[in-house]
Ligand binder design. Structure first.
Ligand SMILES: [Zn+2]
Ligand SMILES: [Zn+2]
Length: 178
């Protein structure tokens, strides 16, 4: 699959919410999650597991019958993940359930996914610094829907950010020589 590249809206870059940074690599714009918390304030960032050179997001996760740690790429729109367990082939059609790896609080919330053909009614809720802004990720395995809920940001801009997804050829080769 081709890399689907979408420009980050200027209006968003001018008022980046805390916990998200902007990086440019090879002339392309990327948003990177810098800090995320569970609702009780535990950091979900894993400094020791880096993906594309940045700390990843660590979750305690269950996919089907398998449970373990899941590390998610902090690049917004990348869907790269690492697992401490091997999800079974059949499990990949199911819902990912997630918990805070520190306190065990559930990160699940009810949310109907409007992505074509998905229809999941569960999402993973992650908190940005400050306790108001949030990220919602559809819990259906393989669904690319992810949403940024930012206070005081026009809906038009959050809608455009939601559509930033990188598929397929998003790998370290892109970052060679940087
Ligand atoms: Zn926690
Ligand atoms: Zn979905």
């Amino acid at each position: 699959m081709q890399l689907v590249y979408k420009e980050v809206p200027m209006e968003f870059l001018a008022a980046l919410p805390e916990g998200i940074k902007y990086v440019q690599k090879q002339g392309r714009d990327f948003l990177v999650i810098e800090q995320l918390y569970c609702r009780d304030g535990h950091s979900l960032m894993a400094d020791h597991v880096r993906m594309h050179g940045e700390p990843s997001i660590r979750l305690d996760a269950r996919i089907g019958k398998k449970r373990g740690l899941m590390f998610v790429d902090a690049f917004w729109g990348s869907h790269d993940k690492l697992y401490s367990f091997l999800p079974g082939e059949a499990d990949l059609q199911s819902i990912t359930e997630a918990w805070c790896p520190h306190c065990g609080v559930s990160l699940m919330t009810e949310r109907h996914c409007t992505y074509e053909g998905c229809g999941s009614d569960q999402a993973i809720l992650l908190h940005l610094p400050g306790g108001v802004n949030r990220i919602l990720v559809c819990a259906k395995h393989g669904c690319p829907d992810h949403e940024l809920v930012i206070q005081r940001l026009p809906e038009e801009i959050t809608r455009r950010i939601r559509k930033i997804n990188y598929f397929g050829e998003f790998h370290d080769d892109m970052f060679k020589g940087i």
